[in-house]
Design a protein around this ligand. Structure first.
Ligand SMILES: Cc1cc2nc3c(=O)[nH]c(=O)nc-3n(C[C@H](O)[C@H](O)[C@H](O)COP(=O)(O)OP(=O)(O)OC[C@H]3O[C@@H](n4cnc5c(N)ncnc54)[C@H](O)[C@@H]3O)c2cc1C
Length: 369
């Protein structure tokens, strides 16, 4: 069976392994010219840990684990620590693994089964599913036919748009924007990850190994801009933090505005009643983005692709039965993760000074063992 996977992010790369190991002939097509491996460390939790083991990548993942989120603190305008997030609010179990996104991308890329092809700098322009196969036209002009198309192209999935209709029909904006930028001048400057708040805004530094990232969150209604326009993203970020000279805010903002690899997006979930139509199926953020606030986006990418591959193996060519099983088994993971994201914004980015102070008081209160 010939399978096309659109997107070589965490879901696409996991799908490549799971489907390749199932004996399918897999092509991954990634819009970027290389793996997009920036971002802060991400977590692999719960069932995704066991499934990473089934994919044969758990050992390599554990070998590159970091423990960045052990030391997240909130600071005042002078940089003095006023509260800290305790470890038990971050991790569910000791089995959870935190790994830099670039390391996970590398591990998953290297683990692609021998027969898999990964094509960069190309993307799907049109899909025609005639019931017996899917004819795909790519941006490069290439035309190919596949038995199955897996959309793993992230929260702004083009596969979803082509098959299921406009993004706005499925996207639920949670009222925040996020940005991540390289902070070369902060690298190796300690282990603590400080965050500074003013109402509806958070600026912080996330450190792991010898790297430091500037982390931004701010509350805002939906903003219309072209997702691929870096200059537009930088202008939005600059405006959101303009006029603030507390702590290290100006330096971190300036570094973000210099960073050619800035990651910027709305914090938005994807809610769909079904993740398949005909021979096209969605996985990862394309199907059910929970947002970084859930801490579970990558776990969902892994569980979803493993469940999908297992269901396809079990049901042979019966895609309807395989997709029904995939949706029935993956839906509880998604519902839980999407619900978990909702309080996350209030923790790291409270809306008012009163809410910031209440959060700090709660975190610094003595705890019973
Ligand atoms: C650059 C980047 C940085 C991120 N940083 C963080 C972070 O710091 N913390 C966090 O919690 N989450 C982060 N995320 C999101 C996180 O990776 C996902 O929530 C999660 O891992 C699920 O993965 P996914 O593969 O479904 O989506 P993604 O990881 O978003 O991957 C989607 C992939 O599809 C590609 N793509 C997009 N459109 C097309 C197209 N039309 N055709 C082909 N390919 C396409 C993208 O370039 C990307 O490689 C980041 C995502 C990206 C892309």
């Amino acid at each position: 069976m010939k399978v096309l996977v659109s997107g070589a992010g965490m879901a696409g790369l996991s799908a490549g392994i799971a489907l390749g190991q199932s004996g399918f002939s897999v092509t991954l097509v990634e819009r970027a010219k290389h793996l997009r491996v920036n971002g802060s460390p991400i977590d692999i939790r719960g069932d995704a840990v066991r499934m990473a083991q089934e994919l044969g990548v758990l050992e390599a993942i554990r070998a590159r684990r970091v423990t960045m989120s052990e030391e997240v603190v909130f600071v005042d305008r002078e940089g003095k620590t006023i509260a800290a997030i305790p470890q038990q609010e971050i991790n569910d179990s000791e089995e959870d693994v935190e790994i830099p996104r670039e390391d996970l991308g590398d591990v998953l890329y290297r683990a692609q089964p021998e027969g898999n092809t990964v094509r960069f700098g190309d993307w799907i322009e049109a899909l025609h599913d005639d019931g017996a196969g899917v004819d795909v036209t790519f941006k490069s002009g290439l035309r190919e036919r596949y038995d199955l198309v897996v959309g793993a192209d992230g929260v702004h999935s083009a596969t979803r748009r082509l098959i299921f209709g406009p993004e706005k029909d499925y996207l639920k904006h949670l009222g925040f924007y996020i940005a991540l930028a390289d902070l070369p001048e902060e690298a190796s400057a300690g282990r603590v990850n400080p965050m500074f708040n003013f109402p509806g805004h958070m600026v912080g530094i996330a450190r792991y190994r010898d790297r430091a990232l500037g982390v931004f969150n701010f509350r805002s209604p939906w903003i219309d801009y072209d997702y691929h326009d870096l200059a537009a993203q930088k202008a939005i970020l600059a405006k959101a933090f303009a006029g603030h000279d507390e702590w290290k805010v100006p330096e971190i903002v300036a570094a973000a505005l210099r960073d050619p690899g800035l990651y910027f997006d709305s914090v938005s979930q994807i809610h769909m009643p079904t993740w398949h139509r005909g021979r096209v199926v969605l996985v990862g953020d394309a199907a059910a983005c929970a947002t970084g606030l859930s801490g579970r986006g990558t776990s969902l990418a892994i569980t979803g692709t493993c469940i999908l591959a297992e269901a396809l193996r079990r049901h042979g060519g019966d895609f309807e039965a395989a997709f029904a099983e995939y949706e029935q088994r993956q839906r509880p993971h998604v519902d839980r993760a999407q619900a978990m994201a909702l309080p996350g914004g209030d923790l790291i980015c409270p809306a008012t000074w009163e809410a910031i102070e209440a959060r700090n008081a709660r975190l610094s209160a003595p705890r019973s063992a």
